[in-house]
Design a protein around this ligand. Structure first.
Ligand SMILES: Cc1ncc(COP(=O)(O)O)c(C=O)c1O
Length: 446
């Protein structure tokens, strides 16, 4: 299952990198190869205790294996271990980071930008809300009820009041509720989630923007999971209309470590107005002295950051540029087709209900039963039976009202099954996935 064929490439690239330092006197790190071997073998044994994330039969949580180019580039950069805080810690990788981030800003449609990589979506969102709070101190942050749970926590860390806005039947922010709340005043920023974590629902950014602008409210897009779908034309018209407005938001977060084929530790925040860089101004008597060029630590809340993450993203962009009509965009379109095809098969089987039409590539479904509690119990059993058949799913809890009138509401929430079909191989694997799902539900009945 795990690709080993690309490892010789790493040795070749490493020799090329090493040649750049051939003027230095010979030097080799001390290494007790026998102990390292022992540790690595013990580690390999421990790592077997994982779900098979890279395999298409892993169709559960939001997990996608890094591209081989990303893995190799990260490993290559690790031999130097640059730190992208300042240019003397990571000169080459700071430039790679600025180039890769510029490519993401271009994907969003920003004609000007300031941005950088972060350790993940949470810190990227924290920076966006921190800037919002600095520009409108004490004002309320709004996000939908289905927004990522960290927005409320981030707001509390920043000392900003937070309120959630109701969602419609598809899990998208209810724009009438937003308008009513914004009109009451005191709102500093509204978060549009472009691809919610549980359902992949896309908030109607195109309708939220005019409401926010009419009241001087900042708009931040949390597209940590869904951001790359802006490259895909084959979306439902509402989702397409939302993504068509990304260039108008004030800040945008996308996680290369979700859909962007990167190892964990790679989020990204970009601001449309580069002048927000002034808010980051600080003194650092020990770092910024090697160059007048911008040090990324001058525009980032985190200090040390891995240059290897920038190297991996930059190299991946060389292989798969994040542009419309490219191979990468095609692979996202394939994930979306896989989601729609799975829905069709589940409905045709008669065994499952699909309460909400997927907008991106996350499918939420449940075994058919008459009541919320019966559905929850069956979902858990199908989850276990599927795992016994090497098909790994996820579970999600939804308000029972979202399952429609046909389900007796004997509990406020219902546990359903959830599959993020993020891997390009999922589409070709649908027969196998459906067959195992059908076998799993049959086993719960037998
Ligand atoms: C929409 C959204 N925002 C933010 C996050 C948090 O990102 P991270 O886990 O990289 O901190 C997630 C994670 O799934 C997410 O789906």
């Amino acid at each position: 299952m795990l690709d080993r064929s690309t490892l010789p490439l790493l040795a070749e690239a490493l020799a090329r990198l090493d040649a750049g330092f051939s003027d230095l006197p010979p030097f080799a790190q001390q290494l007790d190869a026998a102990r390292v071997r022992e540790a690595l073998f013990a580690l390999a044994d421990r790592l077997r205790d994982n779900y098979p994330y890279p395999h298409p039969l892993y169709a559960g949580q939001m997990l996608k294996p890094p591209h081989p180019a990303a893995r190799l580039a990260y490993a290559l950069a690790m031999f130097l271990n640059p730190n992208n805080h300042a240019l003397d810690g990571g000169r080459a990788t700071s430039r790679l980071e600025r180039e890769a981030v510029a490519e993401l800003a271009a994907m969003v449609g920003f004609s000007t930008h300031l941005g950088h990589l972060t350790s993940g979506g949470t810190i990227a969102n924290l920076e966006a809300l921190w800037v919002a709070g600095r520009l409108a101190p004490g004002r309320v942050v709004l996000a939908s009820q289905m927004a990522h749970y960290t927005h409320e926590r981030i707001s509390s860390v920043l000392g900003l009041p937070f309120e959630s806005i109701a969602v419609d039947a598809l899990g998208r922010m209810d724009v009438r509720a937003l308008a009513a709340r914004v009109e009451r005043g005191d709102v500093g920023c509204v978060v549009a989630t472009l691809g919610t974590t549980s359902l992949g629902a896309v908030d109607p950014l195109h309708e939220m923007l005019p409401i926010a602008r009419a009241h001087g409210v900042r708009v931040h897009a949390d597209a940590a999971y869904g951001g790359y779908f802006t490259l895909v034309d084959e979306l439902a018209p509402e989702a397409r209309a939302a993504f068509a407005k990304t260039q108008e938001v004030d800040s945008f977060v996308v996680d290369p470590h979700k859909h962007g084929l990167q190892p964990y530790g790679c989020g990204c925040v970009v601001f449309r107005d580069p002048s927000v860089g002034r808010l980051y101004r600080h003194e650092s008597p020990y770092t910024y002295f090697t160059s007048d060029e911008l040090h990324l630590g001058e525009i980032s809340l985190e200090c040390s950051r891995p240059g290897a993450a920038a190297a991996a993203l930059w190299a991946t962009h060389r292989v798969l540029p994040p542009v419309r009509g490219g191979e990468f965009a095609g692979s996202l379109a394939s994930s979306r087709r896989a989601a729609l095809a799975l829905v069709e098969r589940l409905r045709r089987s008669g065994d499952f209900l699909v309460p909400i039409e997927p907008e991106l590539d996350i499918v939420v479904y449940a075994p058919r039963a008459s009541s919320a509690r019966a559905i929850s119990a069956l979902s858990r059993r199908v989850f276990d039976e599927a795992a016994r058949r090497d098909l790994h799913l996820a579970l999600v809890t939804l308000p029972t009202a979202m399952l429609g009138a046909g389900v007796e509401a004997d509990a406020e929430t219902t546990t359903c099954l959830r599959s993020c079909l993020m891997k390009p191989e999922h589409e070709a694997y649908l027969d196998e996935i459906t067959a195992r799902l059908v076998a799993a539900i049959a086993a719960t009945r037998g």
